[in-house]
Design a protein around this ligand. Structure first.
Ligand code: GDP
Length: 454
């Protein structure tokens, strides 16, 4: 998979009929191959970054009028010669032109192969290449920004510098091994400790940023739960501003779960409306209740909704007791505030902050949205810190952390050879993130997730 000697071709725009289709050729012979099927100015004699109008010819047979964009190596995405042919977007024309280019020496590109080449030719590091995939898949402002930051070098630059410093220590310690008999110490242990603390601080903060990074990339799973008739479906509709979920006044009608996506300040929240959590009275409802509990366990945020005009303090407390999870943030929402009169004594738990709303009258819904946002995002986004969103990075960072803690433990009492081994391990895992250390399997795994033409 990792050869870059031949010239590859693929459709870069989505397949299907569009106004235009863009066919991308990349490799040493890209311009020559295009020239072979081209009627127009001699493409091999044109400057980089120029556009040319011409015809694609299959022998005497004209296939299409097209525009060719020329990028001469190394000034292209892949750092190879690249020609992008914009043709009319018919599947027949696109297929015929690609076939013709293959007949003239190009090869069909595999998934992600253009970006793989950009990586192999030093245009992008590995985490940047992955950011390209994230950018293409981003579906909210926040996920687009996190991917863009990573594409621009984000945290991999930070790690690269620290890794280089650690490489220096590793070589000093290797040097000590060469002078083993003489009991010398080239690598200052205090400085090494300081560096490791510094790397650890960053690695740990990157690890802890994953939860939020992942939420931004994939959305925050948010469950709406509460007793039947508390107003969960009405609240879901009010949040979405639409009439999506089925609202009814017969308790327990929202038997199954419904999922909708709500975007607040650029972050997607996956809202899951659930069956009521009342004592199950029949088998079907019981399944619904169990499902609610499962959904809560899988979610990051729980909106517990109760009917403020009806509920007793005992019921409220017992609901809160049974719904609380250590890893799930909870917002307590008192609904039907419109039915309360001011003198009414409200049953309120002492332990929770309660937000009063009226789902039906759409009162306080915007305030609730902001509370939802802050409950998920906390203050983490304000510090402009780097976020990781990729599970592969998370795993490499966790392994880096483990090996660094072994280095720290051993620094004062194990011999240089063991210390060198532990440091090498940490270097290895740090390198896996940026691509300083790669294997064909790793590359295959990452790039095969791209689409063809990327
Ligand atoms: P769910 O079973 O928790 O999903 O409850 P629904 O959303 O189906 O609402 C049950 C009933 O309460 C419906 O008749 C709603 O119109 C009513 N309801 C929901 N929210 C409010 C509210 O804020 N104020 C008032 N007065 N009625 C509400």
């Amino acid at each position: 998979m990792t050869t870059t000697e031949d010239t590859i071709v693929a459709l870069a725009t989505p397949s299907g009929t569009g106004a235009i289709g863009v066919i991308r050729l990349s490799g040493p012979d890209a311009i020559n191959i295009a020239q072979k099927v081209w009627k127009g100015k001699d493409l091999t004699k044109q400057a980089s970054h120029t556009l040319h109008f011409g015809r694609i010819m299959d022998g005497e047979n004209e296939l299409d009028d097209v525009v060719a964009s020329l990028f001469v190596a190394p000034r292209s995405y892949t750092r190879e010669n690249v020609v992008e042919i914009s043709c009319h977007g018919s599947n027949f024309i696109i297929g015929s032109i690609i076939k013709l280019l293959i007949k003239n020496g190009a090869r069909s590109a595999k998934a992600g192969e253009f970006t793989l080449r950009a990586f192999l030719n030093g245009q992008l590091d590995l985490s940047q290449a992955e950011a390209v995939a994230d950018l293409i898949a981003s579906n909210s402002k926040a996920s687009q920004q996190v991917a863009l930051q990573q594409l621009r070098g984000g945290f991999s630059n930070q790690l690269k510098t620290l890794r280089e410093q650690l490489v220096q220590f590793a070589s000093l310690i290797e040097l000590e091994l060469d002078f083993a008999e003489e009991d010398v110490e080239f690598a200052n242990r205090d400085q090494l400790k300081k560096l490791i603390f510094e790397i650890n601080r960053i690695v740990t903060s990157l690890i802890s940023s994953f939860e939020l990074g992942n939420a931004i990339k994939n959305g925050v799973n948010t469950v709406i739960a509460g007793r039947p008739n508390a107003g969960k479906s009405t609240l879901l509709n009010a949040l979405l501003n639409e009439e999506r979920a089925i609202v009814s006044h017969i308790p327990g009608t929202t038997r199954d779960t419904i999922e909708e996506v709500l975007n607040i300040n650029g972050i997607n929240f996956r809202l899951i409306d659930t069956a009521g959590i009342r004592e199950a009275t029949d088998a079907i409802e019981q399944i619904g209740v169990q499902r609610t509990m499962d959904k809560i366990n899988e979610s990051a945020l729980l909106l517990y909704v109760f009917d403020a005009s009806q509920i007793t303090l005992d019921d409220l407390n017992s609901d809160l007791e049974s719904l609380k999870r250590p890893n799930v943030a909870m917002l307590v929402v008192a609904n039907k505030a419109d039915l309360l009169n001011h003198e009414q004594q409200l049953p309120l738990p002492h332990t929770e902050t309660v937000i009063f709303i009226s789902a039906k009258q759409k009162e306080n819904i915007d305030e609730l949205k902001q509370k939802i946002y802050y409950a998920a995002v906390k203050e983490q986004l304000n510090g402009n810190e780097t976020l990781i969103t990729n599970i592969r990075h998370l795993e490499a960072l966790q392994k880096t952390e483990e090996s660094l803690s072994r280095v720290l433990k051993g620094i004062d009492d194990i011999t240089s050879d063991f210390l060198a081994m532990d440091i090498k391990q940490a270097l290895h895992y740090l390198g896996e993130i940026t691509g300083a250390v790669t294997t064909d399997d790793l590359l295959e795994n990452i790039f095969s997730k791209f689409c063809i033409g990327k």
